[in-house]
Structures are given as structure tokens and as C-alpha cells.
Design a protein around this ligand. Structure first.
Ligand SMILES: Cc1cc2nc3c(=O)[nH]c(=O)nc-3n(C[C@H](O)[C@H](O)[C@H](O)COP(=O)(O)OP(=O)(O)OC[C@H]3O[C@@H](n4cnc5c(N)ncnc54)[C@H](O)[C@@H]3O)c2cc1C
Length: 383
């Protein structure tokens, strides 16, 4: 359910490894991959596990640098070689859908799941599509319906998000601006993006996804993510031409306590599998989709799709990334206690490391030596 990265990878893996199964993907939007509600940044290693990025048409820009920007504007440039890409998700998701389709999966667009009812042999999924109401019977449902997920809730899982863990994001595509087109910029500061950060992710030379995420509880009362973003653009890119706009939520809490129930697996944003520190969720969703496909196939072959059998999926996910997310969440909470002045000082001291030696590992080590206050943060990370 849902033709995002999680659902499509799950469908592709299932269809490729079990051609005898009927694999159906329901997507409520009228196009796979659009509208894009995303900054589209991914690391090289993560995406390359699933799709070959060499000369791929779904890549907008290759990235070789990360620039952290402190609240006072101090830039810390980090060069790490093959850092990653800014994707074109309007092309990536159709490309995965085509692969899934080649292996025999059916992708049904403009068709929304509107409810689920338990059958002895799985679930009856009620649908609403171009020709009206209908239903699909499934022996097993993979609920990959994103941040606004309802399917898990309909099946009785607790998918609520505490307000402090929900980031509201706004983003423009902005043209005609000057920045390093090989770098992504991450800009921190309580005045800029309380509880989150602003980003500039190049789509090409002079054009970028410029957005930010805020935790509303930490911002000025009643001030929206869009209002913060408008002010950011006026300050940093006043002559930029805005050619696209999107809003969306990012859940920055650890994975749900339960991601499976009888004959159902939740994955991707629907299961809160985003990295709580970075807000990145594309590759995580793909990894979860692949795990879901593997566990689903074994369960279907064994004729046992009970929650206890599917619990293997939850355990595998926690080992793969879920436990790390619990630690990242603690780091995020600890960092929230530092004020802007701390990050300004940290940025200036990091700039004393020569740029070619400024790897993320060294930055972390320097931060510890110069700022013992960070020790409790790191201690929390390792316990
Ligand atoms: C503004 C913003 C910027 C972001 N930037 C980044 C970034 O730079 N890098 C990164 O890694 N992550 C980023 N993310 C997070 C990333 O977009 C998600 O983590 C990722 O898309 C999750 O994939 P998914 O497959 O779980 O869900 P989605 O991509 O949301 O896919 C879910 C699909 O399910 C469909 N659907 C929903 N309900 C139903 C229904 N009832 N019936 C049928 N279909 C349904 C939806 O239409 C959608 O197509 C960003 C998010 C936002 C909001």
C-alpha cells in the first residue's frame, strides 16, 4: 500500500523473488513519484544498495561536499568524496515501479485504500478509484502509506506521534541563486529553524531545493514553517525565483514499538523509520521495504502470517537501524539543550582543522576535545 520508496522496493523484491505471487501496489496519487514532498538528498552508499546511480536519469545532482552553517553564518565545509546525490524523485519512483512491473507486480494508481477488514485469510482492503469503490483481498498487507499513514491505525496499531517529535517542513524550488552546486548546506539556529534546520540541496547550477523543518512546540507561537522559510529566503536568497512549493511532515521519533500485526507489516514513514537526527527517510524506507518483502515471503511460504511470525521483521529492523535511531534520538534531545552561541563557537573551532582533513569523524573528535560539555551526549550515545 503506497508507491513510495518503501512500498515500491517491497513490491520489486517480492515480485522478483516470488513470481508466483500476485503483488499489487495501491497508490492514491495520480502519478507515481509526484508531487515531490522532499528535499531529495541521499547518501551514495544507501541508494546504491537499491538502484545503480551511474548516469541515472533520476539524479539531479552529484554532491561531494557538506557545508554545516552555524547560527551566526560561520560555514564549516566537509569534503568526503562520494557524499551523495540530490535525486529527482519524480523519476526515481517511476523507475523502481517499472522494475517492479517488469517482474510482474501490478501498480494501480489513483486508487486509495479507505479501510481494512480482517478476513480469516488476511485482509480485505476497501478502495476508492477512478471507477468508484472496490476492494482487494490480500493474504498479507505491507502498509507503506507514508507519514499520514492510516492503514496501521485501522488495523489496531498505535501509530500516534507526540507533538514534540513532529517536524513541520516547507520547501521551495528556488532558481537564480548563488551557492556551491556540488555541496549541500545544512543551516542551524533557533531563529532559523527551531528544533530542525534549513537546507539548500542543489538541483543544478543556480537552482536548489531550499527548505526547512521546525518543531512547532519550539518555535514562536503560531509561526508556521512557511513563515520561517519566507524569512530565510528574504535574508539569504532575496533575488531567488521560487518555482515550486511543498509542505510535509517528518516524524523524528524512534521506530514504533510495534510494526507488525496479524498479516500486516508497516514500513517506512508509516512505521516511523526516519533518522531522527537528520530527518532522512528515503533509504531507510527502502531498507525496510526489502526486509518486509523477505519476512513476508517466508511467512507466506510457511502458511503462517501471524503477528508472532512477522515479529522477525521488527527484530531485524531494530538490529539494522532501529536501535541506532533510539541513540540518535537521545543525541537530538541532548543537542537541543545547547544554545546558538555554543554552535557558533564550535563551528569556529572546527574551522581550525585543515579542510582536506575535516572529515565527520575528526569533527566529532575535535568537538569532544574542545567542548567537554558534549561528553554526556556521547556517553548517552554509547549506552
Ligand atoms: C519537506 C520534506 C523534505 C524531506 N527531505 C528528505 C531528504 O532530503 N532526504 C531523505 O532521505 N528524506 C527526506 N524526507 C523524508 C522522506 O521524504 C520520507 O522519509 C520518504 O519518502 C519515506 O518513504 P515512504 O515510502 O515510507 O513514504 P512516502 O514516500 O510518503 O510514500 C507513501 C505513499 O503512499 C501513498 N498513500 C498514502 N496513503 C495511501 C492510501 N490510503 N492508499 C494508497 N496510497 C496511499 C502516498 O500517496 C505516497 O505515494 C523529507 C520529507 C519532507 C516532508
Amino acid at each position: 500500500m503506497g508507491a513510495g520508496p518503501a512500498g515500491l522496493i517491497a513490491a520489486r523484491e517480492l515480485a522478483a523473488t516470488a513470481p508466483d505471487l500476485d503483488v499489487v501496489v495501491l497508490e492514491r496519487d495520480r502519478a507515481v513519484g509526484a508531487p515531490v514532498r522532499c528535499g531529495e538528498g541521499v547518501g551514495h552508499g544507501g541508494i546504491a544498495e537499491f538502484m545503480d546511480p551511474t548516469d541515472a536519469p533520476w539524479i539531479s545532482r552529484r554532491i561531494t561536499r557538506v557545508v554545516f552553517v552555524a547560527p551566526d553564518g560561520t560555514q564549516v565545509r566537509v569534503a568526503e568524496g562520494d557524499v551523495g546525490y540530490v535525486l529527482d524523485r519524480s523519476r526515481l519512483e517511476p523507475a523502481i515501479a517499472e522494475e517492479a512491473g517488469r517482474h510482474g507486480a501490478e501498480v494501480v494508481i489513483a486508487t486509495e485504500a479507505t479501510g481494512v477488514a480482517r478476513l480469516q485469510s488476511g485482509w480485505r482492503v476497501a478502495t476508492r478509484g477512478p471507477s468508484g469503490a472496490g476492494s482487494v483481498d490480500a493474504r498479507l498487507v505491507i502498509a507503506a502509506d507514508g507519514v499520514e499513514s492510516m492503514v496501521g491505525r485501522w488495523a489496531g496499531l498505535d501509530t500516534r506521534v507526540p507533538a514534540r517529535d513532529m517536524e513541520s517542513c516547507a520547501q521551495y524550488v528556488v532558481g537564480g541563486i548563488a551557492f556551491d552546486p556540488d555541496a549541500i548546506y545544512l543551516h542551524f539556529g533557533t531563529e532559523i529553524a527551531p528544533g530542525g534546520y534549513a537546507w539548500v540541496f542543489p538541483k543544478g547550477v543556480g537552482v536548489a531545493n531550499v527548505g526547512l523543518g521546525i518543531v512547532a512546540l519550539r518555535g514562536q507561537r503560531g509561526r508556521s514553517a512557511r513563515a520561517y522559510l519566507d524569512r530565510y529566503l528574504e535574508s539569504y536568497f532575496p533575488t531567488g525565483v521560487r518555482t515550486g512549493y511543498t509542505v510535509g511532515g517528518v516524524i523524528v521519533s524512534p521506530t514504533l514499538a510495534r510494526t507488525v500485526t496479524d498479516a500486516m507489516i508497516l514500513c517506512g514513514d508509516a512505521a516511523h523509520m526516519i533518522n531522527p537526527l537528520s530527518g532522512g527517510g528515503i533509504v531507510n524506507a527502502m531498507k525496510a521495504g526489502r526486509l518486509a518483502a523477505r519476512v513476508a515471503l517466508l511467512a507466506l511460504r510457511a502458511g503462517d502470517t501471524s503477528a508472532s511470525r512477522l515479529a522477525q521483521y521488527h527484530a531485524d529492523w531494530m538490529r539494522l537501524l532501529g536501535d541506532d535511531h533510539v541513540r540518535f534520538y537521545r543525541i537530538k534531545e541532548a543537542l537541543a539543550k545547547f544554545d546558538d552561541a555554543f554552535f557558533d563557537t564550535l563551528a569556529r573551532s572546527l574551522n581550525n582543522i585543515p579542510e582536506d582533513k575535516r572529515t565527520l569523524g575528526r569533527i566529532f573528535a575535535r568537538a569532544l576535545v574542545r567542548h567537554p560539555a558534549l561528553f554526556p551526549v556521547v556517553a548517552k550515545y554509547f549506552v
